[in-house]
Ligand binder design. Structure first.
Ligand SMILES: *Cc1c(COP(=O)(O)O)cnc(C)c1O
Length: 451
Protein backbone atom coordinates (compact mmCIF):
# COMPACT_ATOMS: atom_id res chain seq x y z
CA UNK A 1 0.00 0.00 0.00
CA UNK A 2 1.30 3.43 -0.86
CA UNK A 3 1.42 6.62 1.18
CA UNK A 4 -1.77 7.44 3.02
CA UNK A 5 -3.09 10.92 3.57
CA UNK A 6 -3.32 12.09 7.15
CA UNK A 7 -6.97 11.42 7.67
CA UNK A 8 -9.12 9.14 5.63
CA UNK A 9 -12.52 10.80 5.83
CA UNK A 10 -13.14 13.50 3.29
CA UNK A 11 -15.62 15.90 4.78
CA UNK A 12 -13.46 18.99 4.32
CA UNK A 13 -12.31 20.34 0.99
CA UNK A 14 -10.16 23.25 -0.04
CA UNK A 15 -13.16 24.96 -1.56
CA UNK A 16 -13.56 27.23 1.45
CA UNK A 17 -10.05 28.58 1.13
CA UNK A 18 -10.25 29.08 -2.59
CA UNK A 19 -13.56 30.89 -2.18
CA UNK A 20 -11.89 33.48 0.03
CA UNK A 21 -9.37 34.16 -2.70
CA UNK A 22 -6.68 33.75 -0.12
CA UNK A 23 -5.09 30.74 -1.77
CA UNK A 24 -4.29 32.70 -4.88
CA UNK A 25 -3.09 35.63 -2.83
CA UNK A 26 -0.82 33.45 -0.75
CA UNK A 27 0.75 31.70 -3.68
CA UNK A 28 1.30 34.89 -5.62
CA UNK A 29 2.59 37.05 -2.83
CA UNK A 30 3.96 34.88 -0.06
CA UNK A 31 5.47 32.42 -2.46
CA UNK A 32 7.63 34.99 -4.13
CA UNK A 33 8.76 36.45 -0.87
CA UNK A 34 10.25 33.16 0.21
CA UNK A 35 12.62 33.06 -2.74
CA UNK A 36 15.93 33.38 -0.94
CA UNK A 37 17.37 35.40 0.61
CA UNK A 38 14.51 36.26 2.94
CA UNK A 39 14.87 39.41 4.99
CA UNK A 40 12.76 40.07 8.09
CA UNK A 41 11.36 43.14 6.36
CA UNK A 42 10.23 41.06 3.42
CA UNK A 43 8.42 38.69 5.75
CA UNK A 44 6.67 41.54 7.50
CA UNK A 45 5.74 42.94 4.10
CA UNK A 46 4.15 39.61 3.20
CA UNK A 47 1.47 40.14 5.86
CA UNK A 48 2.05 36.73 7.36
CA UNK A 49 -0.48 35.82 10.02
CA UNK A 50 0.82 34.85 13.44
CA UNK A 51 0.10 31.16 14.08
CA UNK A 52 -0.34 29.84 17.60
CA UNK A 53 -1.96 26.44 18.17
CA UNK A 54 -2.66 27.47 21.78
CA UNK A 55 -3.63 25.15 24.60
CA UNK A 56 -6.77 23.30 23.56
CA UNK A 57 -8.30 23.12 27.04
CA UNK A 58 -8.11 26.81 27.90
CA UNK A 59 -9.33 27.86 24.45
CA UNK A 60 -12.64 26.27 25.44
CA UNK A 61 -12.98 27.59 29.00
CA UNK A 62 -16.29 29.37 29.55
CA UNK A 63 -19.03 29.75 32.16
CA UNK A 64 -19.31 25.98 32.52
CA UNK A 65 -15.93 25.74 34.25
CA UNK A 66 -16.61 28.93 36.19
CA UNK A 67 -19.96 27.67 37.46
CA UNK A 68 -18.39 24.38 38.51
CA UNK A 69 -15.73 26.20 40.53
CA UNK A 70 -18.33 28.49 42.09
CA UNK A 71 -20.48 25.50 43.06
CA UNK A 72 -17.58 24.02 45.00
CA UNK A 73 -16.92 27.35 46.72
CA UNK A 74 -20.59 27.77 47.62
CA UNK A 75 -20.80 24.26 49.03
CA UNK A 76 -17.55 24.82 50.88
CA UNK A 77 -16.63 21.22 50.10
CA UNK A 78 -13.42 20.95 48.11
CA UNK A 79 -12.65 17.44 49.40
CA UNK A 80 -14.26 14.70 47.35
CA UNK A 81 -15.48 12.41 50.12
CA UNK A 82 -17.04 14.76 52.70
CA UNK A 83 -17.37 18.33 53.96
CA UNK A 84 -19.92 20.86 55.11
CA UNK A 85 -21.78 20.64 51.78
CA UNK A 86 -22.28 17.79 49.35
CA UNK A 87 -19.24 16.97 47.22
CA UNK A 88 -20.36 15.47 43.91
CA UNK A 89 -18.00 16.81 41.22
CA UNK A 90 -15.16 14.29 41.18
CA UNK A 91 -17.56 11.38 41.55
CA UNK A 92 -19.66 12.67 38.69
CA UNK A 93 -16.58 13.23 36.53
CA UNK A 94 -15.47 9.63 37.08
CA UNK A 95 -18.87 8.32 36.07
CA UNK A 96 -19.11 10.57 33.02
CA UNK A 97 -15.55 9.72 31.99
CA UNK A 98 -16.17 5.96 32.28
CA UNK A 99 -19.30 6.36 30.19
CA UNK A 100 -17.52 8.49 27.57
CA UNK A 101 -14.74 5.92 27.28
CA UNK A 102 -17.15 2.99 27.28
CA UNK A 103 -15.75 1.14 30.30
CA UNK A 104 -17.29 0.20 33.66
CA UNK A 105 -14.63 1.81 35.86
CA UNK A 106 -12.77 5.11 35.95
CA UNK A 107 -10.68 6.59 38.73
CA UNK A 108 -9.74 10.27 38.88
CA UNK A 109 -6.26 11.00 40.23
CA UNK A 110 -3.95 13.99 40.60
CA UNK A 111 -1.88 13.49 37.43
CA UNK A 112 -1.08 11.20 34.54
CA UNK A 113 2.07 10.19 36.40
CA UNK A 114 -0.01 9.21 39.44
CA UNK A 115 -2.35 7.32 37.11
CA UNK A 116 0.60 5.31 35.76
CA UNK A 117 1.72 4.43 39.31
CA UNK A 118 -1.84 3.33 40.13
CA UNK A 119 -2.00 1.25 36.95
CA UNK A 120 1.29 -0.46 37.89
CA UNK A 121 -0.18 -1.20 41.34
CA UNK A 122 -3.37 -2.42 39.64
CA UNK A 123 -1.39 -4.85 37.52
CA UNK A 124 0.73 -5.94 40.48
CA UNK A 125 4.03 -5.10 38.77
CA UNK A 126 6.98 -5.45 41.13
CA UNK A 127 10.61 -6.46 41.63
CA UNK A 128 11.80 -9.17 39.23
CA UNK A 129 9.30 -8.10 36.57
CA UNK A 130 10.27 -6.47 33.29
CA UNK A 131 8.11 -3.83 31.63
CA UNK A 132 8.54 -2.89 27.98
CA UNK A 133 8.55 0.87 27.40
CA UNK A 134 8.79 2.71 24.06
CA UNK A 135 12.19 4.38 23.71
CA UNK A 136 10.46 7.64 22.85
CA UNK A 137 7.85 8.46 25.48
CA UNK A 138 7.33 10.64 28.52
CA UNK A 139 9.49 10.34 31.66
CA UNK A 140 6.58 8.96 33.69
CA UNK A 141 6.41 5.85 31.47
CA UNK A 142 9.92 5.07 32.66
CA UNK A 143 9.59 6.25 36.28
CA UNK A 144 6.40 4.24 36.91
CA UNK A 145 8.39 1.07 36.18
CA UNK A 146 11.21 2.19 38.46
CA UNK A 147 8.77 3.16 41.24
CA UNK A 148 7.31 -0.35 41.04
CA UNK A 149 10.82 -1.76 41.53
CA UNK A 150 10.64 -3.43 38.12
CA UNK A 151 13.11 -3.27 35.23
CA UNK A 152 12.37 -0.97 32.26
CA UNK A 153 13.23 -2.60 28.92
CA UNK A 154 13.08 -0.31 25.90
CA UNK A 155 11.57 -1.16 22.53
CA UNK A 156 11.85 1.04 19.46
CA UNK A 157 9.15 3.22 18.00
CA UNK A 158 8.37 2.98 14.27
CA UNK A 159 6.88 5.49 11.85
CA UNK A 160 3.63 5.52 13.83
CA UNK A 161 5.82 7.39 16.40
CA UNK A 162 4.63 4.68 18.79
CA UNK A 163 5.73 1.21 19.86
CA UNK A 164 6.97 -0.98 17.01
CA UNK A 165 5.15 -4.33 17.50
CA UNK A 166 8.08 -6.26 16.01
CA UNK A 167 10.58 -4.79 18.42
CA UNK A 168 8.13 -5.26 21.31
CA UNK A 169 8.06 -8.99 20.48
CA UNK A 170 11.86 -9.15 20.26
CA UNK A 171 12.22 -7.65 23.76
CA UNK A 172 9.94 -10.18 25.49
CA UNK A 173 11.53 -12.49 28.06
CA UNK A 174 9.95 -14.95 30.55
CA UNK A 175 10.03 -12.05 33.05
CA UNK A 176 8.03 -9.58 30.93
CA UNK A 177 4.94 -8.66 32.95
CA UNK A 178 3.55 -5.67 31.06
CA UNK A 179 3.98 -3.45 28.03
CA UNK A 180 3.28 0.26 27.81
CA UNK A 181 1.38 1.05 24.64
CA UNK A 182 1.77 4.82 24.54
CA UNK A 183 -0.35 6.76 22.03
CA UNK A 184 1.81 9.78 21.33
CA UNK A 185 1.02 13.06 19.60
CA UNK A 186 -2.66 12.28 19.20
CA UNK A 187 -2.30 9.09 17.16
CA UNK A 188 -3.08 5.50 18.11
CA UNK A 189 -0.50 2.72 18.39
CA UNK A 190 -0.56 -0.21 16.02
CA UNK A 191 -2.80 -1.92 18.57
CA UNK A 192 -3.98 -5.12 16.86
CA UNK A 193 -0.51 -6.68 16.58
CA UNK A 194 0.49 -5.32 19.99
CA UNK A 195 -2.58 -6.87 21.65
CA UNK A 196 -2.07 -10.17 19.77
CA UNK A 197 1.56 -10.46 20.81
CA UNK A 198 0.75 -9.51 24.40
CA UNK A 199 -2.03 -12.12 24.64
CA UNK A 200 0.18 -14.80 23.12
CA UNK A 201 2.83 -14.18 25.78
CA UNK A 202 0.43 -13.45 28.66
CA UNK A 203 1.65 -9.87 29.04
CA UNK A 204 -0.57 -7.12 30.45
CA UNK A 205 -1.15 -4.09 28.20
CA UNK A 206 -1.16 -0.66 29.84
CA UNK A 207 -2.32 1.97 27.36
CA UNK A 208 -1.02 5.48 28.02
CA UNK A 209 -3.42 7.79 26.20
CA UNK A 210 -2.21 10.96 27.95
CA UNK A 211 -1.53 12.62 24.60
CA UNK A 212 -4.56 11.21 22.82
CA UNK A 213 -7.51 11.74 25.18
CA UNK A 214 -10.66 11.00 23.17
CA UNK A 215 -8.78 9.31 20.34
CA UNK A 216 -9.83 5.86 19.20
CA UNK A 217 -8.73 2.70 17.43
CA UNK A 218 -11.18 0.87 15.18
CA UNK A 219 -14.11 2.49 16.94
CA UNK A 220 -12.98 1.92 20.52
CA UNK A 221 -11.62 4.71 22.70
CA UNK A 222 -7.88 4.66 23.36
CA UNK A 223 -7.16 3.45 26.86
CA UNK A 224 -9.95 0.86 26.80
CA UNK A 225 -8.48 -1.82 24.53
CA UNK A 226 -5.75 -3.10 26.86
CA UNK A 227 -6.01 -4.26 30.46
CA UNK A 228 -5.80 -0.76 31.89
CA UNK A 229 -5.55 2.74 30.43
CA UNK A 230 -4.37 6.10 31.73
CA UNK A 231 -4.89 9.75 30.79
CA UNK A 232 -3.42 13.10 31.77
CA UNK A 233 -5.22 16.42 32.16
CA UNK A 234 -2.12 18.58 32.43
CA UNK A 235 -2.29 21.73 30.31
CA UNK A 236 -0.56 20.26 27.24
CA UNK A 237 -3.22 17.56 26.93
CA UNK A 238 -6.71 17.78 25.40
CA UNK A 239 -8.96 18.55 28.36
CA UNK A 240 -7.25 20.19 31.31
CA UNK A 241 -7.60 21.39 34.84
CA UNK A 242 -3.91 22.32 35.00
CA UNK A 243 -3.09 18.97 36.55
CA UNK A 244 -5.09 15.77 36.76
CA UNK A 245 -5.24 12.21 35.52
CA UNK A 246 -7.43 9.16 35.23
CA UNK A 247 -7.22 5.37 35.17
CA UNK A 248 -9.78 3.23 33.34
CA UNK A 249 -10.29 -0.52 33.25
CA UNK A 250 -12.94 -3.18 32.84
CA UNK A 251 -11.28 -5.42 35.39
CA UNK A 252 -12.64 -5.04 38.96
CA UNK A 253 -9.47 -6.41 40.56
CA UNK A 254 -7.22 -3.99 38.69
CA UNK A 255 -9.64 -1.20 39.58
CA UNK A 256 -9.70 -2.04 43.26
CA UNK A 257 -5.92 -2.25 43.54
CA UNK A 258 -5.52 1.04 41.66
CA UNK A 259 -8.17 2.72 43.84
CA UNK A 260 -6.47 1.46 46.99
CA UNK A 261 -3.08 2.67 45.79
CA UNK A 262 -4.47 6.16 45.11
CA UNK A 263 -5.95 6.40 48.62
CA UNK A 264 -3.38 5.08 51.14
CA UNK A 265 -4.63 1.52 50.71
CA UNK A 266 -8.33 2.21 51.46
CA UNK A 267 -11.24 0.98 49.30
CA UNK A 268 -14.14 3.26 50.15
CA UNK A 269 -17.82 2.49 49.82
CA UNK A 270 -18.39 4.60 46.70
CA UNK A 271 -15.87 2.43 44.82
CA UNK A 272 -17.15 -0.80 46.35
CA UNK A 273 -20.62 0.14 45.08
CA UNK A 274 -19.20 0.31 41.56
CA UNK A 275 -17.46 -3.06 41.55
CA UNK A 276 -20.05 -4.70 43.77
CA UNK A 277 -17.51 -6.59 45.87
CA UNK A 278 -14.21 -6.47 47.71
CA UNK A 279 -11.55 -8.59 46.09
CA UNK A 280 -8.32 -7.37 47.60
CA UNK A 281 -7.00 -5.93 50.84
CA UNK A 282 -4.74 -3.01 51.63
CA UNK A 283 -1.33 -3.04 50.01
CA UNK A 284 -0.58 0.50 51.17
CA UNK A 285 -0.48 3.39 48.79
CA UNK A 286 -0.22 7.11 48.22
CA UNK A 287 -2.61 10.02 48.35
CA UNK A 288 -3.45 10.79 44.71
CA UNK A 289 -7.09 11.78 45.43
CA UNK A 290 -8.57 14.43 43.17
CA UNK A 291 -10.14 17.52 44.74
CA UNK A 292 -13.56 18.89 43.83
CA UNK A 293 -12.34 22.03 42.06
CA UNK A 294 -10.31 19.94 39.66
CA UNK A 295 -13.07 17.36 39.29
CA UNK A 296 -15.59 20.10 38.51
CA UNK A 297 -13.43 21.71 35.82
CA UNK A 298 -12.76 18.31 34.23
CA UNK A 299 -16.46 17.48 34.31
CA UNK A 300 -17.15 20.71 32.40
CA UNK A 301 -14.28 20.11 29.98
CA UNK A 302 -15.37 16.57 29.18
CA UNK A 303 -18.63 17.84 27.68
CA UNK A 304 -16.52 19.77 25.13
CA UNK A 305 -14.03 17.04 24.25
CA UNK A 306 -15.83 15.87 21.12
CA UNK A 307 -16.07 19.44 19.83
CA UNK A 308 -12.37 20.03 20.52
CA UNK A 309 -11.42 16.90 18.60
CA UNK A 310 -13.76 17.72 15.75
CA UNK A 311 -12.32 21.24 15.43
CA UNK A 312 -8.73 20.06 15.60
CA UNK A 313 -9.28 17.22 13.15
CA UNK A 314 -10.99 19.51 10.68
CA UNK A 315 -7.91 21.73 10.56
CA UNK A 316 -5.46 18.82 10.45
CA UNK A 317 -7.42 17.35 7.60
CA UNK A 318 -7.60 20.61 5.68
CA UNK A 319 -3.84 21.05 5.96
CA UNK A 320 -3.16 17.42 5.00
CA UNK A 321 -5.44 17.65 2.00
CA UNK A 322 -3.77 20.86 0.91
CA UNK A 323 -0.36 19.20 0.68
CA UNK A 324 -1.08 15.55 -0.05
CA UNK A 325 -0.37 15.80 -3.77
CA UNK A 326 3.24 16.93 -3.19
CA UNK A 327 5.38 14.35 -5.00
CA UNK A 328 7.09 11.87 -2.69
CA UNK A 329 5.46 13.11 0.52
CA UNK A 330 5.98 10.44 3.17
CA UNK A 331 3.46 10.70 6.02
CA UNK A 332 3.52 9.53 9.59
CA UNK A 333 2.12 6.00 9.57
CA UNK A 334 -1.50 5.94 10.77
CA UNK A 335 -2.81 2.60 12.08
CA UNK A 336 -6.30 4.16 12.21
CA UNK A 337 -6.51 7.65 10.68
CA UNK A 338 -10.12 8.04 11.87
CA UNK A 339 -9.02 7.65 15.49
CA UNK A 340 -6.37 10.38 15.36
CA UNK A 341 -7.28 13.55 17.28
CA UNK A 342 -5.57 15.90 14.82
CA UNK A 343 -2.82 17.09 17.14
CA UNK A 344 -0.38 17.53 14.27
CA UNK A 345 0.41 16.91 10.63
CA UNK A 346 3.69 15.08 10.20
CA UNK A 347 5.88 13.92 7.33
CA UNK A 348 9.42 12.65 6.84
CA UNK A 349 12.43 14.21 5.14
CA UNK A 350 15.32 12.21 3.73
CA UNK A 351 17.68 12.95 6.62
CA UNK A 352 18.31 15.13 9.65
CA UNK A 353 19.82 18.01 7.67
CA UNK A 354 16.80 18.18 5.38
CA UNK A 355 14.50 18.00 8.40
CA UNK A 356 16.31 20.86 10.12
CA UNK A 357 16.23 23.00 6.98
CA UNK A 358 12.57 22.26 6.45
CA UNK A 359 11.70 23.34 10.01
CA UNK A 360 13.81 26.46 9.70
CA UNK A 361 12.21 27.49 6.40
CA UNK A 362 8.68 26.72 7.62
CA UNK A 363 9.21 28.89 10.68
CA UNK A 364 9.92 31.83 8.41
CA UNK A 365 6.25 31.49 7.48
CA UNK A 366 5.28 31.43 11.18
CA UNK A 367 4.40 27.76 10.79
CA UNK A 368 4.70 25.94 14.16
CA UNK A 369 7.00 23.30 12.71
CA UNK A 370 9.14 21.18 15.01
CA UNK A 371 10.74 17.81 15.48
CA UNK A 372 8.68 15.16 17.30
CA UNK A 373 7.66 16.87 20.53
CA UNK A 374 6.24 16.26 23.98
CA UNK A 375 8.33 13.22 24.93
CA UNK A 376 11.91 12.23 25.64
CA UNK A 377 14.42 9.93 23.95
CA UNK A 378 14.61 8.03 27.21
CA UNK A 379 17.51 5.56 26.64
CA UNK A 380 19.95 8.37 25.88
CA UNK A 381 19.23 10.43 29.01
CA UNK A 382 22.08 10.56 31.50
CA UNK A 383 20.13 9.30 34.53
CA UNK A 384 18.82 6.37 32.46
CA UNK A 385 22.23 5.42 31.04
CA UNK A 386 23.62 5.54 34.59
CA UNK A 387 20.67 3.47 35.87
CA UNK A 388 20.10 5.88 38.73
CA UNK A 389 17.54 4.94 41.36
CA UNK A 390 16.76 6.46 44.70
CA UNK A 391 18.68 3.90 46.73
CA UNK A 392 21.70 1.75 45.91
CA UNK A 393 19.78 -1.41 46.79
CA UNK A 394 16.72 -0.47 44.72
CA UNK A 395 15.52 -3.72 43.09
CA UNK A 396 15.20 -2.46 39.49
CA UNK A 397 18.89 -2.65 38.63
CA UNK A 398 20.05 -5.15 41.24
CA UNK A 399 18.78 -8.33 39.62
CA UNK A 400 21.18 -10.16 37.24
CA UNK A 401 19.12 -8.77 34.33
CA UNK A 402 19.13 -5.28 35.83
CA UNK A 403 22.89 -5.41 36.22
CA UNK A 404 23.36 -6.67 32.67
CA UNK A 405 21.03 -4.31 30.83
CA UNK A 406 22.62 -1.46 28.91
CA UNK A 407 20.81 1.64 27.80
CA UNK A 408 22.16 4.33 25.48
CA UNK A 409 21.85 4.97 21.73
CA UNK A 410 22.70 1.35 20.80
CA UNK A 411 19.41 0.12 22.27
CA UNK A 412 17.23 2.48 20.22
CA UNK A 413 18.78 3.05 16.76
CA UNK A 414 15.47 2.87 14.91
CA UNK A 415 13.87 5.33 17.32
CA UNK A 416 16.68 7.83 16.77
CA UNK A 417 16.34 7.39 13.01
CA UNK A 418 12.58 8.10 13.08
CA UNK A 419 13.11 11.03 15.42
CA UNK A 420 15.76 12.53 13.15
CA UNK A 421 13.73 12.45 9.94
CA UNK A 422 10.22 13.66 10.79
CA UNK A 423 8.84 17.18 10.72
CA UNK A 424 5.78 17.84 12.83
CA UNK A 425 3.42 20.76 12.34
CA UNK A 426 1.19 21.49 15.30
CA UNK A 427 -2.49 21.96 14.58
CA UNK A 428 -4.71 24.24 16.65
CA UNK A 429 -8.46 23.69 17.02
CA UNK A 430 -9.12 27.40 16.42
CA UNK A 431 -7.07 27.84 13.27
CA UNK A 432 -8.95 29.84 10.66
CA UNK A 433 -9.11 28.88 7.00
CA UNK A 434 -6.55 31.62 6.34
CA UNK A 435 -4.13 30.08 8.83
CA UNK A 436 -4.58 26.60 7.38
CA UNK A 437 -3.94 28.10 3.97
CA UNK A 438 -0.79 29.87 5.11
CA UNK A 439 0.55 26.54 6.40
CA UNK A 440 -0.39 24.80 3.14
CA UNK A 441 1.26 27.48 1.06
CA UNK A 442 4.39 27.35 3.19
CA UNK A 443 4.73 23.57 2.92
CA UNK A 444 4.06 23.65 -0.82
CA UNK A 445 6.76 26.25 -1.17
CA UNK A 446 9.37 24.81 1.22
CA UNK A 447 9.02 21.04 0.85
CA UNK A 448 10.03 20.66 -2.81
CA UNK A 449 13.07 22.88 -2.26
CA UNK A 450 14.30 20.96 0.78
CA UNK A 451 13.16 17.39 0.08
C1 LIG B 1 1.86 14.09 30.09
C2 LIG B 1 2.14 12.65 29.98
C3 LIG B 1 2.18 11.80 31.09
C4 LIG B 1 2.13 12.29 32.49
O1 LIG B 1 1.05 13.10 32.80
P1 LIG B 1 1.18 14.22 33.94
O2 LIG B 1 -0.24 14.59 34.16
O3 LIG B 1 2.01 15.32 33.38
O4 LIG B 1 1.79 13.58 35.12
C5 LIG B 1 2.35 10.45 30.88
N1 LIG B 1 2.51 9.96 29.65
C6 LIG B 1 2.50 10.74 28.56
C7 LIG B 1 2.66 10.11 27.23
C8 LIG B 1 2.35 12.12 28.69
O5 LIG B 1 2.37 12.89 27.61
Amino acid sequence: MSEKPFLSTNSVTRRGFLATGLAAYSTATLGNVLAEPVSPDAIAAANLLPIDPGYVSSLYYDDKEKDALNDVLKEGSPFRFWGPGTPVKTKHFEEAFAQYMGVPYALAVTSGTAALDCAMAGLGVGPGDEVIVPAYSWWSDYTCVLCAGALPVFADIDETFNLDPRDFERKITPRTKAVLAVHLMGGPCDLDPILDIARKHNIAVLEDAAQAVGGSYKGKKLGTLGDVGIYSFQINKMISSGEGGAVVTSNPMIYERAVRYHDVGIFREIFEKRTGSVLSSSEGGQNFRLNEFTGGVLDAQLTKLDTMIQDQRRNAQAIAEGIQDLPGLHWRKQPDPDGDIGYAVSFAMKNKEARDRCIKELRKWNVPAATLIGSVLLPIQESVIKKQARHPNWPSFNSPEGKAIQYGPECCRQTLDVFDRFVLIRVGPKYTDAINQQIITAVREVYPKVA
